[in-house]
Design a binder for this molecule. Structure first.
Ligand code: SF4
Length: 414
């Protein structure tokens, strides 16, 4: 069913011009003097005990910056209203907890319990997260008559425009992403914005190969439908809906894999239909956002510089953070943690391994001899959390952190 949105109800999308009034609070909640100092020192701290290296692109991206600013501005603009978020605004526990502390309630999820949509009143204000929401959820929210403040990142909206175009022109959208990730749920709903339009989500090259085999006539219908039962449109028929396809991706996927998947599907279309015909039946557009790309490029550069180990900081449900960890682990021991409390001394760390769903514990993770340590952080990680992690590692290595940043240093010196 194609969702109809209600045009008459305005959605705030451009901020309230209150940045100056919230900047102090934002800085105190999320900034870090240690990170400012590292940036001012060419992303490096060298002490007799240890060398700390920070990736040249890390942490808050433009989309997250904007979403968090907008949440604080919304609170300032509507001080007497009930404020809600549909779910996590971004995938970082510190930020979501802070918003809950500021009185913003969550319609779903782990921060502050369940507040069913049915309890919303027209005077309420609902913030839409940086990943966006599905068309059906947006329509339900509009039906409540409440005020909507949309923090959806422009790069996500760019993917929506792409799949909507595919739908208009009769292409099935093949989306490289995680079918249950908020962004991909929202994008999938846009891929169905025309009557009869379909989508299919592939999570990795192995699933893309299943699609390619079907396109090339080597697939098994039953196992295909079982594989994509949760990650395709209702009524998706591989015999009908793989004849004309457009590839897009969740903005935070591993860029190299997204490009390889697009190439592989194009190859299959050419094998099946020949070069000329395939050019009419295949479209592709790289929708990895520039912030994700820059963080992946920077972590490759850092990892290739010869590290003893790397720490990647970010929410465990953050897709882009997970990919930074996968890249790091190809080069050196790499630990993905969401908060400094995961470090239990030099003897023990609780962390997420690449591709794992659960946490692991590694003993003696920071040996004496490990002196060159790299750090990076996903696009939703505040500098303050990264700074706390780096400070803890410095202390474990015996560095006097309090005297590291010269008295009088201020970020304005950057
Ligand atoms: S990671 Fe990319 S798409 Fe997501 S909020 Fe940041 S800039 Fe936007």
């Amino acid at each position: 069913m194609v969702e109809k949105l209600i045009d008459a109800i305005p959605i705030y999308k451009r901020g309230f011009g209150l940045k100056a009034e919230v900047i102090g609070e934002l800085k105190s909640d999320y900034d870090s003097l240690l990170i400012d100092f590292l940036e001012a020192n060419d992303y490096r701290i060298l002490t007799p005990q240890v060398e700390i290296l920070l990736a040249r692109e890390f942490g808050f991206c433009y989309g997250v910056d904007r979403a968090v600013d907008y949440a604080y501005e919304t609170r300032k603009r509507f001080p007497d209203r009930r404020l809600f978020l549909t779910a996590e605004i971004i995938h970082n526990p510190r930020v979501n907890r802070r918003l809950a502390e500021l009185g913003i309630r969550f319609l779903t999820g782990q921060y502050g319990g369940e507040n069913p949509l049915e309890t919303l009143e027209p005077a309420d204000v609902v913030l839409l997260p940086a990943f966006g929401v599905s068309k059906s959820l947006l329509a339900r929210l509009q039906a409540t008559g409440c005020i909507l403040v949309d923090t959806t990142c422009g790069s996500v909206a760019n993917v929506w425009r792409r799949v909507e175009r595919y739908a208009r022109e009769g292409y099935t959208s093949i989306i490289h992403g995680k079918y249950d990730h908020e962004e991909t749920i929202a994008t999938s709903s846009r891929a169905e914005s025309e009557e009869g339009a379909k989508y299919l989500v592939v999570k990795d090259m192995a699933e893309a190969e299943t699609v390619c085999a079907y396109i090339e006539g080597r697939g098994n219908r039953g196992s295909f439908l079982a594989t994509f039962a949760k990650s395709s449109s209702k009524g998706f028929d591989p015999d009908l809906h793989l004849a004309k396809v457009g590839v897009a991706n969740q903005t935070t996927m591993l860029s190299s894999e997204s490009l390889a998947i697009a190439r592989r599907i194009e190859e299959s279309m050419i094998r099946r239909y020949g070069q000329d015909e395939a050019s009419k039946r295949f479209l592709s557009f790289d929708t990895i956002c520039s912030a994700t790309q820059e963080r992946q490029d920077a972590v490759i550069e850092l990892a290739q510089s010869g590290l003893d180990l790397m720490i990647v900081v970010g929410g465990f449900n953050s897709s882009n953070t997970g990919h930074l960890c996968e890249i790091g682990a190809e080069h050196c021991p790499t630990f993905h943690i969401d908060e400094v409390s995961r470090i239990e001394g030099a003897e023990r760390i609780r962390h997420k391994r690449p591709f794992a769903d659960t946490l692991s514990v590694t003993e003696h993770w920071l040996p004496e001899g490990f002196r060159r340590i790299g750090f990076t952080a996903g696009a939703s990680t505040p500098n303050q959390v990264i700074g706390e992690v780096i400070a803890t590692v410095l202390k474990l290595k015996g560095v006097d952190v309090d005297s590291l940043v010269p008295a009088g240093f201020a970020p304005s010196q950057l």
